[in-house]
Write a protein that binds this ligand. Structure first.
Ligand code: CP
Length: 315
């Protein structure tokens, strides 16, 4: 039987989210993809719902696609950036959210540099919390849009899918969310990167770990290429960006030895010429911009399914 309601109240991560919740979000997002193709891309589903977008870290794709999703659903949207707020005067996250809650809000989308910030907010407010990326922990809506893109472009059931993630698993919240979602849906998951960019205890995740990219790419249906997070490196973890590109970069030369129908993904922003070359990122096997389009549909689905006053999917 297909579920019509989520079992979760907040979306703080994909770890522990049951398969039927993930499948419901993906299926609901497919129906929103159709709405996004219409001349008038707006439905009244979240009329009267107030959503605060709380971005404590820079973002292009996630911030804009959440805002676009909220506006497409007719929600009332408030954007909160730290630079022009009393956070700069030392106000705590808890005080900030409690003051905003006093203005009567329903949902909060938060990006924060600290792992666990979204989970912490669930204990500070009655509003529904959606994690838009918290430190090195998780980025669940990115994980979900990655799953939707894989489902669309491989046309294989997840249980038959082999997904390789290349890059900085130590710092990447996207790898973690992809990993939990893919494992829950039964996919085979592998990661590849330098040992210095693997977290301690990586073997406990129950995935294949490679340090040789050509071997790792053999038989992969999807390669999801992660950004080298220059802002989160403690220094010395990667000898040089040129060396990283030579050893772990996705280049046209390297793709000659992979499956012809390999799907190439990247959550963005891209360091061109580092983790992926420009002709691959912009080439025929790349679905990077389709991931971005799916991001709006996934965020619409998450907002509707988690909203306290649910309406019908708008006609
Ligand atoms: N993929 C992603 O999270 O991009 P932004 O940092 O631009 O939101």
């Amino acid at each position: 039987m297909t579920a019509t309601q989520l079992s979760i109240e907040h979306l703080t991560g994909l770890e522990g989210v049951p398969a039927r919740d993930i499948e419901l979000i993906l299926d609901t997002a497919e129906s929103f993809r159709e709405i996004l193709e219409r001349p008038i891309k707006k439905v009244p589903t979240l009329t009267g719902v107030t959503i605060v977008n709380f971005f404590y870290e820079p973002s292009t794709r996630t911030r804009l696609s959440f805002e676009m999703a909220e506006k497409r659903l007719s929600a009332d949207v408030v954007n909160f950036g730290t630079a022009a707020s009393s956070v700069t005067k030392g106000e705590t996250l808890k005080d900030t959210i409690r003051n905003i809650e006093a203005m009567k809000i329903d949902m909060v989308v938060i990006r924060h540099s600290h792992a666990g910030a979204a989970e912490y907010l669930t204990r500070c407010t009655d509003a529904v919390i959606l994690n838009a990326g918290d430190g090195c922990h998780e980025h669940p809506t990115q994980g979900l849009l990655d799953l939707l893109t894989m489902r669309q472009h491989t046309k294989k059931p997840f249980k038959d899918l082999r997904v390789l993630m290349v890059g900085d698993m130590r710092h990447s919240r996207v790898i973690r969310s992809d990993l939990w979602g893919l494992k829950t849906l039964g996919a085979s998951v592998a990661v590849c990167g330098p040992p210095s960019l693997m977290p301690a205890g990586v073997d406990a995740f129950g995935i294949d770990v490679y340090h040789d990219l050509d071997t790792a790419l053999e038989g992969a249906d999807v390669v999801n290429v992660m950004r080298i997070q220059l802002e989160r490196q403690e220094g010395g973890l990667v000898p040089s960006l040129r060396e990283y590109n030579r050893t772990f970069g996705i280049t046209r030369q390297r793709l000659k030895r992979t499956r012809k129908d390999l799907v190439i993904m990247h959550p963005g922003p891209i360091n061109r010429g580092v983790e992926i070359d420009t002709d691959v990122a912009d080439g025929p096997r790349s679905v990077i911009l389709r991931q971005v389009t799916n991001g709006v549909a996934i965020r619409m689905a998450c907002l509707v399914l988690l909203a306290p006053q649910k309406g019908t999917l708008g006609e």
